[in-house]
Design a protein around this ligand. Sequence first.
Ligand code: NAD
Length: 319
Amino acid sequence: MGAPVEPESVRHVACVGAGVIGGGWVAHFLARGYRVTAWDPAPDAEQKLRRLVDAAWPALTELGLAPGASRDALTVTSTLDEAVAGAEFVQESAPEDLELKQDLLARIDAATPAGVVVSSSTSGYGMTEMQQRCATPERLVVGHPFNPPYLIPLVEVVGGERTAPEAVRWASRFFEVAGKSVITMDREVPGFIANRLQEALWREALHMVAEGEATVEQIDASITEGPGLRWPFLGPCLTFHLAGGEGGMAHMLDHFGPSLKSPWTRLEAPELTAELRDRMVEGCEETADGRSIADLVADRDRAVIAVLRAVREVRGGGA
Ligand SMILES: NC(=O)c1ccc[n+]([C@@H]2O[C@H](COP(=O)([O-])OP(=O)(O)OC[C@H]3O[C@@H](n4cnc5c(N)ncnc54)[C@H](O)[C@@H]3O)[C@@H](O)[C@H]2O)c1
């Protein structure tokens, strides 16, 4: 495919669509020291964008700006072509509408210098369906962020059927250099990884409210006062690895496996085959990366205390 510059050498990024997410990307790239050109067809887009960047800047300054980072490095252009003309990377964040994305990505593809990687912020479309009208679809990837992109590190990167593997590798490396935490997926899954997990929780919450089983307040408190405090540093798998005590994930699955048949969610559980059990156990060992259960417990306890203190401080309750 041959991107014109290495991911480490990118200096100029274009952002197409500058609402909540596009504006958040602009703030992130400015804070990392990039020159940013942005285009959005809304008549009041520039004022809104500059307000968003101004509102984000104190937090970004506190987190630490890259050398030379400046809000003056932002240019809002009056045409799409001007925005992408000299760009070394393009991030599209237009509304979640398949027709619109197909047309817009084709226009971006036509106007962007050859080989430059173009990434879409889509929350759930596959690149295979979005890249259909592009003349050079091999450079198009999904780079799915989380709101606000200038604070939440994760970006999920995945290509479509016609994307060159090289473009996926280039984009993943670029996002890392630009200060993001990257998960590179090797196959398209609707909703990617994190949105599927969020959505499972969300749909169950809606079911519980609809059935009168729990109030909105109880649902939110059940997460913010419960499992949510562990999730910033232990994902759902290592959390349950520790639920198995010294026996870890293996004991947890052998002990609680039968609960998968209990009506604890409207989602159907997969069959807990020996293969799935072993994959979970091995995956936890790999993720633990040499840390014993005792090490993980000690780290978890320190982190929960730090998170509790941070939350209490923000709520004004003192540490
Ligand atoms: N909001 C979120 O939490 C979130 C999280 C991750 C990904 N996303 C994805 O990011 C994308 C943008 O979502 P958002 O929440 O920023 O929406 P938004 O409505 O805040 O912003 C969309 C922007 O796109 C502009 N726009 C409209 N037509 C356009 C066109 N043809 N070309 C370029 N720009 C155009 C609008 O003027 C607006 O400023 C969507 O694909 C969405 O699924 C959103």
